[in-house]
Design a protein around this ligand. Structure first.
Ligand SMILES: Cc1ncc(COP(=O)(O)O)c(C=O)c1O
Length: 378
C-alpha cells in the first residue's frame, strides 16, 4: 500500500481531514485513508475526462449487478436485485430509513457510536434512547439484557438502529448476537436499520452477516451498505439500502423524490471498485493490520488506558481516566487531532483513525504518549 506522506497533497485537494486544523497538527480524525484509491478509479476518471460530458445520469446496470455479485460472494446472501434502493450516502439512507416509520416516535441507538446515530434521530425529531454496549474480545457489542429491557417497554413503539461492524469499537457482530437482537425485534414488532458501511474492512478472519440475511422477509429491515469506505472513495457518495420487505421498500422509494441523487461518476466508481478493486483491497487490509498492531503495541505501553481496536475498521477507541477538558488541552498542546468522544456518547474517550502512513501514525502516537504522561496517566 502506498501511503501518502506529504500532507500538502491532501490539503491541495481541500481534504476535510487535513484542511480543517492548522498545518502543524497531525489529524487522525475523520474516517478516510491517506492513500490513493484503487487504480480503476483513475481509469474511470480519465475515461470521464475524455468524453467530457457531465449531464444527468441513469443508474447503470453494472451498479446493481456488482452489488448482487459482491453480496453473494462475500456473504453467501442471494438478494433479489429489486430489493436494492440506491441512495446518495449511508447517513442519508439512515435518515430516509427513519422516514419509512413515521409513527415510531422512539429510536433506540447504540452508545457509543458514530455521531449520526444520535444526529439522525434528533434531526428527525424522534425521542432518542441510547442502548449500552459492552466490552468483549470482539470489541464493543450490544448489551442484550439492556436492549431487551428497553424493547420490552412495548407501549413505546420504536425503531432500532445497529452499527455493524461497529464504529468506533470495531466489533463484527456474531450470528448469535444478531439472531438474539432479531428475535427481540420481531417479538416487539420493531423495525431494524443496520449501517454496515464497515463490513468489507474486516481485519480478522471473521464472517460478517448482513442483517437482512437473518431477518424474516415479512419483518421490516434495512441493511445499508456502501463501497465508499472500503475503497476510500467517500468523495463519490453512493450507498444502497437492501430492503426485502416490500411495503417498507415502497415507502423508502417514495422518500427519494426531490432529493440529491447519485451522480453518474459515483455510480461508476462504486461499480468499478466492486468489480476490480479487490487486489488493492487485499493490500489495504495488510497495511491496516500492520498499523493496528502498532496501535496495539503502543496501547500495551499505556496500562492505564483502554484501547479497543476490534476486528474491523481502521479506528481505535481510547478510554482514559481523563476529562474532556484534559483531552482538549492535551491534544491541542501536543498538536494531534482525534475525534472527540462526546458526539459518540462518551465525553472522556477519543477516537483515533490509524488509516495513515506508519511514519505519521508513529509520530502521532508519540505525541499522544506525551498527552498521557503529562496528565499522570502513563
Ligand atoms: C458507521 C458509519 N456510517 C456512515 C458513515 C458515512 O457514510 P456516508 O458518507 O455515505 O454518509 C461513516 C463514515 O465514517 C460511518 O463510520
Amino acid at each position: 500500500m502506498h501511503w501518502l506522506t506529504n500532507p500538502q497533497v491532501r490539503r491541495q485537494a481541500h481534504a476535510l481531514k487535513w484542511s480543517t486544523y492548522p498545518e502543524d497538527q497531525l489529524p487522525l480524525w475523520v474516517a478516510d485513508l491517506d492513500c490513493e484509491a484503487p487504480p480503476i478509479v483513475k481509469t474511470l476518471l480519465n475515461h470521464a475526462a475524455d468524453h467530457g460530458v457531465f449531464g444527468y445520469g441513469l443508474e447503470p446496470p453494472a451498479f446493481r449487478d456488482a452489488w448482487v455479485t459482491h453480496i453473494h460472494r462475500a456473504y453467501q446472501w442471494n438478494i433479489d436485485p429489486d430489493w436494492i434502493v440506491p441512495i446518495a450516502g449511508v447517513v442519508p439512507a439512515m435518515t430516509y430509513g427513519l422516514e419509512c416509520f413515521p409513527d415510531r416516535q422512539r429510536v433506540l441507538s447504540p452508545s457509543p457510536a458514530y455521531p449520526y446515530f444520535a444526529g439522525v434521530p434528533e434531526r428527525a425529531r424522534r425521542a432518542l434512547e441510547r442502548y449500552p454496549l459492552e466490552h468483549t474480545d470482539a470489541g464493543l457489542v450490544p448489551d442484550l439484557l439492556a436492549l431487551a429491557g428497553l424493547l420490552d417497554q412495548s407501549h413505546k413503539p420504536s425503531v432500532l438502529l445497529l452499527c455493524n461492524p461497529h464504529n468506533p469499537g470495531g466489533a463484527v457482530y456474531s450470528k448469535q448476537c444478531l439472531n438474539d437482537i432479531i428475535t427481540l425485534a420481531v417479538e416487539t414488532e420493531t423495525p431494524l436499520i443496520s449501517d454496515e458501511i464497515w463490513a468489507d474492512l474486516r481485519l480478522d478472519p471473521v464472517s460478517h452477516y448482513p442483517l437482512g440475511q437473518l431477518v424474516p422477509e415479512t419483518h421490516p429491515s434495512l441493511t445499508i451498505m456502501a463501497a465508499t469506505k472500503t475503497f476510500n472513495i467517500a468523495g463519490f457518495s453512493a450507498a444502497i439500502a437492501i430492503v426485502p420487505h416490500a411495503p417498507t421498500r415502497e415507502r423508502l422509494l417514495a422518500t427519494q423524490i426531490a432529493m440529491p441523487h447519485i451522480t453518474p461518476l459515483a455510480f461508476a466508481m462504486t461499480a468499478g471498485c466492486l468489480q476490480e478493486g479487490w487486489d488493492w483491497h487485499r493490500m489495504l487490509l495488510d497495511a491496516l493490520r500492520i498499523n493496528r498492531a502498532r496501535v496495539q503495541m503502543w496501547a500495551n505501553a499505556h496500562p492505564n488506558i483502554r484501547v479497543t481496536t476490534g476486528q474491523a475498521t481502521f479506528l481505535a477507541w481510547i478510554e482514559a481516566p481523563l476529562t474532556e477538558a484534559d483531552w482538549i488541552t492535551g491534544l491541542t498542546d501536543a498538536k494531534v487531532r482525534l475525534s472527540m468522544g462526546r458526539p459518540f456518547g462518551d465525553a472522556t474517550a477519543v477516537r483515533l483513525n490509524y488509516g495513515t502512513s506508519p511514519t505519521i501514525l508513529d509520530e502521532a502516537l508519540g505525541r499522544l504518549s506525551t498527552v498521557l504522561t503529562n496528565r499522570d496517566c502513563p
